[in-house]
Write a protein that binds this ligand. Structure first.
Ligand code: AMP
Length: 306
């Protein structure tokens, strides 16, 4: 078993989905992904919160065994994101507000004993901060990068620099197209690989995920759910589950990567079933194992005879 280091946003979210809303609920890319990763391997979170960050939220993260030595609490307000989703397409998040607040001045300091953690997840945050983290690390064994539309549009140059330094990039279909200008997903993924990462995962929401690397392509379907309540955090928990699983097996072999994509899909399927981080915070490996059994029944392709 190895360890995971995650840097990203720790936030309060204002959410509105066709099935519910919350004015100020615990969120953030590092929050979601750490909750997912900690199901599988010891996870250290690096980020910043403001004085308004609730003790109950800190306790929740700590109760999952997440190491919070790298989570600073400073004067000011916690990162705030407000978004909504339309019933017609729950895969698209519409951003109403992004208040960086304490993240505007944040300069991540990785605790010295965390700098040699082998599995690194650069969750969605300003690419400058992602680069600062990379500079402090002692050559991680496996680094995974996430980003989002805002950073692709506004901080493209720095993002391209970060991309040169990571092993795997995880993006959704829209972000891949935005980043490469290439409408065809497979070609877009190849274009991303030319920009740096050896492997790319393209997440296609309810249509599953595609892993593309030098050794070929792997397709994983998404778990077919009766109802999605809130897609927030699906991508973060997919990636958190994936890296946690790799760290648990201390492996980055293609076989483990494929398994990790399946684990990521399973974990994300729980995240979207309740509003905010409620469902990922209540998740256990036993629940994942139970759903995995059903998933394997749906998902296998029969061999055909021609
Ligand atoms: P996703 O479901 O991938 O949109 O991720 C949702 C989480 O990302 C929310 O909990 C937000 O707090 C967080 N988030 C939204 N916008 C940003 C941003 N620009 N940078 C970092 N985190 C963000």
């Amino acid at each position: 078993m190895s360890k995971v280091l995650i840097v990203g946003s720790v936030a309060y979210d204002g959410l509105k989905t066709p099935y519910g809303s919350a004015a100020r609920t615990l969120g953030g890319s590092a929050t979601y992904s750490s909750l997912a990763s900690s199901l599988f391997a010891p996870t250290h979170l690096v980020g910043v919160v403001g004085r308004d960050f609730r003790d109950s939220d800190l306790k929740l993260l700590a109760s999952k065994g997440i190491d919070l030595d790298g989570l600073e609490k400073v004067k000011g307000k916690t990162f705030f994101w407000k978004g909504y989703y339309k019933k017609e397409d729950l895969n698209v998040a519409y951003t109403l507000k992004t208040h960086l607040n304490v993240f505007a001045e944040f300069n991540p300091k990785i605790p010295s004993e965390d700098r040699s953690i082998p599995f690194l997840f650069l969750a969605n945050i300003h690419p400058e901060l992602q680069m600062n983290v990379l500079k402090q690390m002692r050559k991680p064994r496996f680094s995974v990068l996430d980003t989002r539309e805002l950073w692709i549009n506004n901080t493209r140059k720095t993002l391209l620099e970060v991309m040169k330094k990571v092993d795997l990039m995880v993006l959704n279909d829209m972000e891949v197209k935005l980043l490469t200008g290439e409408p065809h997903l497979r070609q877009a993924a190849s274009a991303i690989r030319k920009m740096g990462p050896r492997r790319v995962i393209v997440k296609k929401g309810e249509h599953g995920a595609m892993l593309i690397g030098p050794d070929g392509i792997f397709l994983a379907p998404a778990v077919p759910l009766e109802k999605v309540v809130d897609p927030t955090g699906a991508g973060d928990t997919f990636a958190g589950g994936l890296i946690g699983y790799l760290a648990r097996h201390n492996s980055v072999s293609l076989e483990h990567l494929k398994q990790a994509v399946v684990v990521g899909s399973l974990v994300a399927s729980f995240t979207v079933q309740e509003l905010g981080a409620k469902s990922i915070a209540a998740l256990t490996r036993a629940k994942i194992a139970k759903r995995a059994k059903e998933f394997y029944r749906f998902a296998s392709l029969p061999l055909i005879k021609l």
